[in-house]
Design a protein around this ligand. Structure first.
Ligand SMILES: [Zn+2]
Length: 199
């Protein structure tokens, strides 16, 4: 005979209410399940110290890693898509954009910034996969182009960190046009005698 009897049947804790490892202090590797102090994980550049798993990181982490003392000026921060085709799939494109902006705190799938790397000036464009799969639409094309203009104007090398699922289908041909536009800009960068990384 048990001492206590459950009065109500079926008392369970919903998964979302279960205590998870507090975010911020610890990192749980999705590959080997090791629990690692977040600072140690960050110091190892977001690569699991136990199994070598590479965590997906975005522009915030890349900028922190690359720019000296995490000091940089972000350029062209306020460019957003105008939804030129009024595109609707399972959701309206402008709603999808709003949702992604709220969820990620980003305006679109790329950030561009200028600062110093090992004491040398550099302009860096870094994509964010978490924003609609890092897809390239008119905003990304425009921001890459303007960042290259900035490089040419300030005579800095240009670095691009590419993490993209490809062209953004919700902007159809407008997305495809960005390939030609950014390629043309890269030609100008080359003509100005400035290097691009990775070359
Ligand atoms: Zn691991």
């Amino acid at each position: 005979m048990s001492w206590f009897k459950r009065i109500k049947e079926g008392i369970t804790t919903a998964t979302h209410e279960k205590k998870e490892t507090p975010e911020g202090l610890w990192y749980k590797c999705p590959s080997c399940k090791s629990i690692i102090p977040s600072q140690e994980h960050e110091d190892n550049m977001w690569v699991c110290v136990k199994c070598g798993y590479h965590e997906r990181i975005g522009s915030e982490e890349y900028f922190a890693m690359l720019f000296d003392n995490n000091e940089f000026i972000e350029i062209n921060t306020d460019i957003t898509s105008a939804d030129p085709l009024q595109f609707v799939d399972t959701k309206k494109y402008n709603e999808r954009l709003e949702d992604s902006q709220k969820k990620t705190g980003l305006k679109d799938a790329i950030r561009t910034a200028s600062g110093k790397l090992n004491g040398f000036p550099i302009t860096i464009a870094c994509m964010d996969f978490k924003f609609i799969g890092g897809s390239m639409g008119s905003v990304m094309g425009e921001k890459i182009s303007r960042a290259i203009d900035y490089s040419i104007e300030h005579k800095t090398p240009f670095m691009i960190i590419s993490k993209s699922g490809g062209a953004r289908m919700m902007e159809a041909a407008y997305s495809l046009m960005q390939m030609a536009k950014t390629s043309a800009k890269l030609t100008q960068l080359s003509a100005a005698g400035l290097p691009i990384f990775p070359s």
